[in-house]
Every structure is written in structure tokens, then in C-alpha cells.
Design a protein around this ligand. Structure first.
Ligand SMILES: [Zn+2]
Length: 139
């Protein structure tokens, strides 16, 4: 868990304002993921043990290309899959008028977990990763 600034965002679909946790532009190797319904957030670190394995499979020099794959492999929260985009907590849209606005508070954000995929055998894990990576490239 870590305290992260909540920045203002405005949904372009329902017009409501909400705060989303943001690490800002200066975070290196770490991002905040958001569930598809916009209700839960978690941080993921490109240097944790599992992310390092994914990076080895992706074989990409850039860390940014692994985020969608890590989001797809992360344990869902309340049945919701993680995504790399901010979703409105009121209508679940990721069509935002703006985000990263003024600071509206601070929130405690847990780290994402990979318990489900970590239990897989190495060959199944490789299949899951390949699938997540190909889906991430299509998205
Ligand atoms: Zn909305």
C-alpha cells in the first residue's frame, strides 16, 4: 500500500468529476492500473519478480509495452479485470474529457497481485503471457 495523489478527472460521457490516483509524470517503472468499472486501482512495478518474467517474454526494450500485458495477467478485483486506462467510477467509460487535473486528495493504493497466473506451470504461464501480450497489442 502506498499513498498516491488523487487528481481530478472529468468523464466525457456522464459529465461527472472524480479523483483518480496518479503517480505523475516522474514515476519510472511503475504505473497505476484501473479496473474496467473504474472502482478499483492498484499499482504495478515493472521490476517486481513477475513483471521481470513478462518482460523477458515480451523481449522489448521499452517498459511501457508491458503494461497492457501485466494488466491482463493481474488478479481481478471484485471480478473486474485491470486495464491501463482510467475509467469513470460512475459509468465505467474511459472516454474522459480530461484527467490528471488538480490534486483533490490522497488515497491508499494496493499493489496488484499475480496469484492466479503465478500458480500456473511454466508452460501454461508462457501461453497465458503470449495471449495477454497479443491481446494487448490488438487493443
Ligand atoms: Zn462517467
Amino acid at each position: 500500500m502506498k499513498d498516491i495523489a488523487l487528481l481530478e478527472a472529468k468523464c466525457a460521457d456522464c459529465g461527472r468529476l472524480f479523483g483518480h490516483p496518479s503517480l505523475g509524470d516522474f514515476a519510472y517503472g511503475e504505473v497505476v492500473l484501473c479496473t474496467a468499472d473504474g472502482k478499483h486501482y492498484a499499482t504495478v512495478d515493472a521490476f517486481n519478480e513477475f513483471a521481470v518474467q513478462v518482460r523477458a517474454v515480451v523481449k522489448s526494450g521499452s517498459t511501457s509495452s508491458i503494461w497492457p500485458a501485466l494488466a491482463a495477467l493481474a488478479d481481478p478485483v471484485a471480478g473486474q479485470q485491470f486495464t491501463t486506462s482510467v475509467h469513470c467510477p460512475h459509468c465505467a467509460s474511459n472516454n474522459l474529457e480530461y484527467w490528471g487535473g488538480q490534486k483533490v486528495g490522497v488515497t491508499c493504493v494496493p499493489e496488484v497481485s499475480f496469484a492466479t497466473v503465478a500458480k500456473l506451470s511454466p508452460s501454461l504461464l508462457a501461453q497465458h503471457m503470449a495471449l495477454a501480450i497479443s491481446q494487448a497489442h490488438e487493443a
